[in-house]
Design a protein around this ligand. Structure first.
Ligand code: CU
Length: 134
């Protein structure tokens, strides 16, 4: 009897942990049509290049609707993303959500005016600012 009770308590515990995980884990990210990762720089995009010296240019002014194409010549995975590291919640859409291959380009169209600070999520000492105006 005691053993059956212990088993029941154990099952309830596992159930609670499972429920808690389901309940509190964040919802999956919605598909984001305004960004893409590919080998091509989209026509009209403003290019920001990451090298061993950081992002260049590291300060940039664009208009709402402009697309910025991030690429790397550092030969490693990279991951430009909005501050604050590591949550990227200042501008959550400004985040590829995964590492970008070293030969790929990640493009993002800015739709919100503001002064958006960003960093490389894999090397957070590389930083930049993109100012978006109407
Ligand atoms: Cu980060």
């Amino acid at each position: 009897m005691k053993r059956a009770f212990t088993l029941l308590a154990l099952l309830a515990g596992v159930g609670l942990i499972f429920f808690g995980y389901q309940y509190f884990s964040p919802a999956p990210a919605a598909p984001r049509a305004e960004m893409q990762s590919s080998a091509e720089i989209p026509a009209g995009a403003i290019v920001v290049t990451l090298s061993k010296d950081g992002y260049s240019p590291d300060t940039l002014s664009v208009k709402v609707g402009d697309t910025v194409a991030f690429r790397s010549v550092a030969g490693e995975l990279f991951w430009p993303a909005s501050n604050l590291h590591p949550s990227h919640l200042v501008y959550p859409e400004f985040d590829p959500q995964e590492p970008v291959q070293s030969n790929d380009v990640w493009s993002f169209t800015f739709t919100k005016p503001g002064e958006w600070k960003y960093h490389d999520h894999l090397a957070p000492y590389y930083t930049g600012v993109i100012t978006v105006t109407e």
